[in-house]
Design a protein around this ligand. Sequence first.
Ligand code: UDP
Length: 238
Amino acid sequence: MLPKYNRILLKLSGEAFMGEGNSTNPFDPQIIEQYATEIKAVTELGVQVALVIGGGNIYRGLNEKDSGIERAHGDYMGMLATMLNGMAMQAMLERMDVHTRLQSAIKMEAVAEPYIRRKAMRHLEKGRVVIFGAGTGNPYFTTDTAGSLRAIEIKADVILKGTRVDGIYTADPEKDPTATKYDKVSYQECLTNNLKIMDMTAFTLCMENKMPIIVFDMNKVGNLISVVEGKNVGTLVS
Ligand code: UDP
């Protein structure tokens, strides 16, 4: 089957890297291997893959009151956390013979290339998986915003938000048994119905630049390939 998308940006949350249960290991090797396997399968279809990974399994800068660390400082710590996840994913992909490049929005030459848009696009054209680390490089943003921004910059066809839920619901399905899943929903409907897909900055960037978003369950084996093949998986926001 021919893929529907030629170039994708896949956003994964850092928290997902911890796996299920009470593990204190921020990197569950099984989960990372599973994700890498899915990514490899998609590249084998000829799809160009860019990745943005969060840092929530290691550090989030949001909680100034509890941490005693001022917000902007904590945010930089969070951005460094995303680099650890990027390096973990890079190692796993390379072990599977997938060529990768890690680009960082904060310069750290010994471990990653600096983020250079045109270079990233060239890597993608050559079939390398490009991992964008360190978020946007700015505090007060999230990795969802980094994902939206990079997707737009590199002219991805779609941003895929891999989560633990299988799409967007009319209401919280855990609280409301009548909640139903959307197959498709417009940006405007998301705003009107206060559907939380991403933070507002990230969402607005996508809306203003007409970047379609697909929210889907990344933990279900085979889902990523199904999404890329255009099958009815998750929820499409456009
Ligand atoms: N962060 C930031 N600027 C960015 C991206 C991330 O300051 O452009 C910081 C912020 O503190 C955030 C943390 O990095 O809480 C980890 O990212 P995020 O919370 O988005 O990770 P996820 O929830 O996807 O695991």
